[in-house]
Design a protein around this ligand. Sequence first.
Ligand SMILES: NC(=O)c1ccc[n+]([C@@H]2O[C@H](COP(=O)([O-])OP(=O)(O)OC[C@H]3O[C@@H](n4cnc5c(N)ncnc54)[C@H](O)[C@@H]3O)[C@@H](O)[C@H]2O)c1
Length: 385
Amino acid sequence: MKVGLPKEIKDNEYRVGLTPAGVRALTDAGHAVFVERDAGAGSGFETELYQQAGATVLGSADDVWAEGEMIVKVKEPIAPEYPRMREGQLLFTYLHLAPDRELTKQLLERKVTGVAYETIEDRKGTLPLLTPMSEVAGRMAVQVGAQYLEKMNGGRGVLLGGVPGVPAARIVIIGGGVVGTNAAKIAVGMGAQVTIVDKNLDRLRELDDIFLSKISTLASSAYAIHGAISEADLIVGAVLVPGAAAPMLVTRTMLKDVPNGAVIVDVAVDQGGCIETTRPTTHSNPTFYEEGVLHYCVANMPGAVPRTSTFALTNATLPYALRIANRGFVDAIGSDPGLKLGVNTYAGKLTYEAVAEAQGLDFTPLDDVLGGASSQTISSARSSS
Ligand SMILES: NC(=O)c1ccc[n+]([C@@H]2O[C@H](COP(=O)([O-])OP(=O)(O)OC[C@H]3O[C@@H](n4cnc5c(N)ncnc54)[C@H](O)[C@@H]3O)[C@@H](O)[C@H]2O)c1
């Protein structure tokens, strides 16, 4: 298969869809990879590394998109990229189509096969291509929080670990999933006093087993959250209700009892946030105050550490890219029902129900578009998974 790797062009996006190691895996398997010059520069991968890995380097994005039967990216295409997409081309990237009418329209009109990282599932029903970015954001949340707690950065001037004779900072992490657990690891490592709030008692039991006496766990309720944050130096928002907006768990009224200069890092901002006062911010203008509390609500936190994020992302995406390239699209999705769930658009049809619902458009099951023979392959693969 011919695989295209264009440079990302979204504002402040320095990640890239494949590392040189990923390119090497594809070329070793007999595929041709076309890389746009400087595609990996923002992540610290010089063009020569891709050449050494067997890629053909092309000077323009137009050329890469023209060559690639499968385009591997990080972010959803934006307007300048729309005309480059063509019928039958496979686009493997984060798409986040539900709120993006224009991109959905473009993918359908241009009959692009849109395989979205964020809707691929593994056998446990979790989202393996979202997990690495949650790991990055969770670990970053405490790092960023520590930085903004410093006085000259606008915080209340508290050192996370304290010192002998002075108590450590109190961190309340709301949501004990991937983001919350990774935040807790860093916070415990820095010597902070950590409380994790979750509504899932089994999850709290697991966290209690993992961290032993190094953290406190708290069953989620408005009362418990209000009490915990009233003494917090740093609050991390890390909840998720899959497919829904984040539940609003901290109200403006509660914030009036949070110490002045405390910091909120609402990682859940990409789903609307779990703090009433949250609004999305960017890396160039990341913070604002509400009720005397410093808010950091950047919706694409992993973008700040593109090198780590590119490695983490491609560790997770490469096996799928290889499967598609090696087996071809139809056979690849037939052999992996979780990968099949990633197919959002195919041959001009919207094949992911939640996106169709969100946009009030017609949903067509993928099997209906693929036709009889391929449908059989897919349903037999599903029953054996
Ligand atoms: N801002 C960014 O750059 C960035 C990056 C990665 C992930 N995220 C976002 O971070 C959020 C968390 O992601 P995740 O991977 O950790 O999700 P996850 O599913 O692993 O964990 C979510 C946790 O929230 C808990 N929860 C749900 N409702 C709750 C409630 N009412 N009270 C307390 N806990 C509750 C769940 O039980 C679960 O343990 C998501 O919105 C995700 O999109 C943001």
